[in-house]
Design a protein around this ligand. Structure first.
Ligand SMILES: [Zn+2]
Length: 401
């Protein structure tokens, strides 16, 4: 992808002091003509020692927590003034030197640096995060005391350091580290999944995941066809608060006590994202990721637990979504956005499956994936080509009501 912001550099993590030291280069691509300033955000307790660039006139780091994102609650602004106007597509090369402590986040508890557990990502932005919800690529050298194992979207050890990389699909670089990782490996078809668990309490969850994964992957391949993803990492974080999150190639889960069947469905949803991804997740078109992943999870649930259980689930979804707004044009800040994408979408897909029949519905899923359809327009066209104008109109009406 051209013009993708790129972070490259080295960080040192000192778990016992809860500290991070960083020397990081950012290639920042300008989004608009006549840009004179750019805003970046970093975790509140990080001290910026220096920003160097031939394009920077001056910069200011706020002392206050910025209220700019619903997900990033403890960051402050770095405002950079450029010494001359830059145009769309221009690159600004910035070098940052900074250090500071990263303590447990108050509300979600997802991020921290301490001796037992290191978990840093955009929730406590340890790197200067661009204001727009923008995709970036990362290549970071991580220096941490011997005995710690580092895990990320892609992490490997090289000459005594860890290299953490992430491709350009996401605006995050998650780095996890523990001295106590226990590793399990599941191989199914051509896919390898590594499960890392960092606590005694996590063993039960690791067992549950290991037990279900083979079936889930096998069934996904049967339903969806092949995928380019060959490796996936699941990390069971040693914390009960804060929940989990998913990045391409990486799923982080918490120590949550979820019953076996619902855990199966949760895992099925996350694993099916290895197929259902790539539609713009910052807009309502995210339904092509989320509604399809959730309905796929329900189809796997049906394979595993039978039709009666499946119908009971779908009926619950139907009852929950009666006053949800339309998916088409949905605002991500709508208070029912989550329910609309994760429950109303699957209810609509279930209607479509009933209308065209299960075999045809499976053919449609395979076709959407084979053709790499990432927009609702493309979805309508595919439905029309396969099942005619009426079916496409039916779906348009469902998505717009
Ligand atoms: Zn999802």
């Amino acid at each position: 992808m051209e013009n993708t912001n790129f972070y490259e550099g080295k960080i040192r993590i000192v778990p016992k002091n809860k500290e991070i030291y960083a020397l990081l280069n950012l290639d920042y691509y300008v989004l608009q003509d006549s840009t004179e300033e750019i805003n970046l955000y970093i975790y509140k307790d990080i001290n910026i020692d220096q920003i160097t660039s031939e394009d920077v006139k001056d910069y200011a780091v706020s002392n206050e927590i910025s209220n700019w994102s619903p997900f990033i609650l403890e960051s402050k602004q770095i405002k950079i003034h450029l010494n001359k106007k830059k145009n769309k597509g221009d690159v600004i090369k910035l070098q940052f030197k900074y250090h500071g402590k990263i303590n447990t986040l108050k509300k979600y508890e997802v991020n921290r640096i301490n001796e037992e557990w290191v978990e840093i990502s955009l929730y406590s932005p340890w790197f200067p995060l661009a204001e727009e919800n923008r995709k970036a690529a990362f290549q970071i050298r991580v220096d941490i005391e011997d005995g710690y194992e580092v895990v990320g979207q892609k992490a490997r050890k090289q000459n005594g350091y860890w290299i953490v990389e992430s491709d350009n699909m996401v605006n995050d670089c998650t780095i996890l580290a523990s001295k106590n990782f226990k590793k399990r490996i599941v191989r199914e078809r051509r896919m390898t999944i590594k499960i890392y668990n960092a606590s005694i309490e996590g063993e039960k969850i690791a067992e549950k995941i290991e037990k279900h994964l083979g079936f889930i992957i096998k069934t996904c391949f049967d339903y969806f066809g092949k995928t380019n993803v060959e490796e996936f990492t699941i990390v069971i974080a040693p914390r009960s608060e804060g929940g989990g999150y998913c990045r391409p190639g990486l799923l982080v889960v918490a120590l949550e006590d979820v019953d076996d069947k619902n855990y199966f469905k949760f895992l099925s949803h996350e694993i099916s994202h290895l197929w259902w991804m790539g539609a713009d997740s910052s807009t309502w078109e995210d339904w092509l990721n989320e509604s399809f992943a959730e309905y796929s999870a329900l189809l796997l649930y049906k394979e595993k637990y039978g039709n009666a259980e499946f119908e009971r689930k779908i009926e619950k979804y139907r009852q929950a979504v009666t006053d949800c707004p339309p998916i088409y044009g949905l605002s991500r800040s709508d208070e029912k956005a989550f329910l609309t994408l994760y429950a109303k979408g699957p209810v609509i897909l279930n209607k479509l499956e009933k209308k065209i029949g299960s075999d045809n519905f499976k053919k449609l899923l395979k076709e959407l994936l084979a053709k790499n359809i990432k927009t609702t327009d493309g979805f309508f066209k595919t439905v029309k080509n396969m099942f005619g104008e009426d079916t496409a109109k039916f779906m348009e009406k469902e998505l717009k009501s």
